[in-house]
Design a protein around this ligand. Structure first.
Ligand code: GLN
Length: 487
């Protein structure tokens, strides 16, 4: 195997043993990018100069005999809604095409301190709104397992970069599934941490009560390692949880004996691909053989989750996106006769169709006269959905579901009908509404060779158990070892 195909923890061992230098790794990854990016198109921006400078700092530290941390010299990709000081951060939107943030996101400063090397910024659905990365104002990112299919979204660029070995690991953001669903489509691991576990400072806001940053990696061990670095309390984010961050790599024991595993009957629905259903069934059998106790549970308000999410997320987005007015930063129309026309044209020309649709839906849901019927009602149903989980977690420790009802679909298959696109989030959205953690990891393949995602949900701030169950399954099933063939 070449360097680029290894996990971050394997690369760390190689760096420690001096079998490779950080600079050689950077060069190997850019060579890989050079050879496959024409097909995959995972990146919006490459940051080769900065990457080489950071690698050089790490190599000098190694030469001085310093002990290096697990992410030092590891080449990582960042979703293009995470701010790095001075580096173009676009959210895949024309409105931020030339935006260079004056500060680092908290996760970025943590990673810099840990010595991670940033290869570039990855493509996404515009402002993270979408499930296929087709809403990017720039390129279409392709699924490395089948270039005629979507990589999932909205963190499609990050998932594709890891799957195509164009980065050892990546960060994404998840508001309604945007880490887990692309992880499932691309056959990698993706974790949405508990709301408040990872600081959102420096993440360009979509829906602030739902957004969380998390890792996309080649295996569960790398997810734990990245979480150790990016997680924890941050006073710069008022919703950050002031709780100690456990060492998640210590949770990775191969043991699920006695773990009570809930299978929600509402998640095995009509419209689910039979191959997905069969794979998840097998995964549950595997966990049972390893000693888990399997129990059917009920999450009765599941059927309202998609509607609730698309009211709350759009309402919050309509408010968050009001700041793009052409005045202080971002795109400004070159031709406006007065201030009002400048606002209107800047926004009309700067935003793409899905973002406009969301702003209109959200503004409608918040407008007086409709507020009680939509926004307020959705907040109440959100509480009911959260209570479903509180009830379930009285009798089980984790919940197992598919990540998405189908494997990766083809380009254009759902673009004409936004509702069909929204429905592909059916299994991921409730987790954000409830604020709990969930991981997606490879849980099988279709007969056409497309990855299928297995999702494991846990109690708030119980990432340890989620990762332990995921790790135990991963080590038994070994689906994470497959790599797409790209040349
Ligand atoms: N697909 C969902 C949406 O379009 C989730 C997006 C996300 O998690 N950022 O809103």
């Amino acid at each position: 195997m070449s360097w680029v195909e290894l996990t971050a923890h394997e690369l760390h061992e190689a760096l420690k043993k001096k079998s490779v230098s950080a600079k050689e790794l950077v060069n190997a990854f850019y060579a890989r990018i050079e050879s496959v990016e024409k097909g995959v198109r995972a990146y919006n921006t490459l940051t080769q100069k900065e990457a080489l400078a950071q690698a050089d700092r790490i190599d000098r530290a190694i030469a001085r005999g310093e002990t290096i941390g697990p992410l030092a010299g590891i080449p990582i990709a960042l979703k293009d809604n995470l701010c790095i000081e001075g580096i173009r951060t676009t959210c895949s939107s024309k409105i931020l095409d030339n935006y260079r943030p004056p500060y680092d996101a908290t996760v970025v400063s943590h990673l810099k301190k840990a010595g991670a090397v940033f290869l570039g910024k990855t493509n996404m659905d515009e402002f993270a709104m979408g499930s296929s990365t087709e809403n990017s104002a720039f390129e279409k990112t392709k699924n490395p397992w089948d270039l005629s299919r979507i990589p999932g979204g909205s963190s499609g660029g990050s998932a594709a970069a890891v799957a195509a070995s164009e980065a050892a690991a990546a960060l994404g953001s998840d508001t309604g599934g945007s880490i887990r669903q692309p992880a499932a489509c691309c056959g990698v691991v993706g974790l949405k941490p508990t709301y408040g576990r990872v600081s959102r400072y420096g993440l360009v806001a979509f829906a602030s009560s739902l957004d969380q940053i998390g890792p996309l990696t080649k295996d569960v061990t790398d997810t734990a390692t990245l979480m150790n670095v990016i997680g924890g309390y941050d006073p710069s984010d008022s919703t950050s949880a002031d709780l100690p961050m456990p060492d998640l790599t210590r949770a990775l024991t191969r043991d699920v004996r006695g773990v009570r595993l809930g299978v929600p009957k509402e998640y095995f629905i009509e419209g689910m691909d039979p191959e997905v259903e069969a794979s998840i069934g097998q995964a549950i059998e595997t966990l049972k053989k390893l000693g888990a106790e399997v129990k059917e549970i009920s999450l009765p308000h599941t059927e309202y989750a998609v509607a609730t999410y698309y009211i709350l997320a759009t309402a919050e987005a309509s408010s968050n996106l009001a700041r793009y007015d052409g005045v202080r930063y971002g795109y400004r129309t070159p031709q406006a006769r007065d201030l009002l026309e400048m606002y209107m044209k800047s926004r009309s020309e700067g935003f793409g169709p899905e973002v406009k649709r969301r702003i209109m839906l959200g503004t409608y849901a918040l407008s007086s006269g409709y507020y009680d019927a939509y926004y307020k009602k959705a907040q109440q149903v959100r509480t009911l959905i959260k209570r479903d989980f509180d009830e379930a977690f009285k009798t089980v420790d984790v919940i197992v579901t598919p990540t998405a009802p189908t494997a990766a679909f083809r380009f254009g298959e759902k673009t004409a009908d936004p509702l069909q696109m929204y429905l592909s989030d059916i299994f991921t959205i409730s987790v954000n509404l409830a604020g709990i953690p969930a991981i997606s990891l490879p849980g099988g393949f279709t007969k056409d060779g497309l990855p299928i995602g297995l999702q494991i949900l846990g109690r708030a701030f119980d990432e340890e158990r989620v990762l332990r169950v995921a790790y135990t399954y991963e080590q038994a099933a070994e689906f994470h070892k497959r790599r797409p063939s790209l040349s």
